[in-house]
Design a protein around this ligand. Sequence first.
Ligand SMILES: Nc1ncnc2c1ncn2[C@@H]1O[C@H](COP(=O)(O)OP(=O)(O)OP(=O)(O)O)[C@@H](O)[C@H]1O
Length: 260
Amino acid sequence: MATVELKKVSKVYESRAGRLNVLTGIDLEIEDGEFLCVVGPSGCGKSTLLNLLAGFERPSSGEIQVSGKQVTGPSPSRFVIFQEPALFPWLNVYQNIVFGLRMAGVDLAEQQEKAQALLKAVHLSKFAHAWVTQISGGMKQRVAIARALAMDPDILLMDEPFAALDAQTRDMLHEVLEEVYLQTRKTIVFVTHNVREAVRLGSRVILMSGQGGEIIEQFPVNLPRNRYLEDVEVVTIASRIRDRLRQEVLRTSGEGGADA
Ligand SMILES: Nc1ncnc2c1ncn2[C@@H]1O[C@H](COP(=O)(O)OP(=O)(O)OP(=O)(O)O)[C@@H](O)[C@H]1O
């Protein structure tokens, strides 16, 4: 169980330039097994929200609880996947996936069993012994997903994980992630600039304000899976969100925006 609760969470950064209210009074509940996507204008505090959930940073006020326990720092039960997969270049695909298990002292047979299942889940069985320096960006990100799942976290926190990939590779990663989600029902919080990606993947999309870091609207996505970026329903919901996002960008006269 990993129910996440944010209670009046605010984050303020103080710098020589002044005080920056990045998040203000965020109240949010994320259900166990929910796939929550976060969109909003550039610089609105999406990554900050994820960093607070990860425990990399502490709220200036308010509280974050996971399954009733306050988040006070990072934990292997909340695994973060970034845009750059940060794999160990001196290890092959298999060794990267089992790295955390090895460190945790998991016995060899269990490491092998888990790795084989994960390699299959991310469609990399044939590449188990490839060096990570020799595989594509999309494959690297699949290794990162498998490495995260090896630790069996309660929550996956994903910060624009597919933003650097070409459209075709991104489509494939959407399919892999959706399969993984359907198999594991992990709670996922996924930050993206791409509204259509958010609707294609999420069971709910939250839209953040351009300034002051509030949630201005929430969009449930009650569409059956598997979904595709081109599905009429996906496109329709995405265009509603994009219109609202455009209004917000204009309102705050920011320079940010969102991809289609
Ligand atoms: N450690 C920090 N110290 C000071 N300001 C910070 C710090 N981290 C982030 N900020 C500022 O907080 C604001 C929100 O940043 P954040 O990265 O959370 O936004 P974002 O919505 O993820 O942005 P983007 O969409 O461009 O990735 C930005 O103005 C950023 O410059």
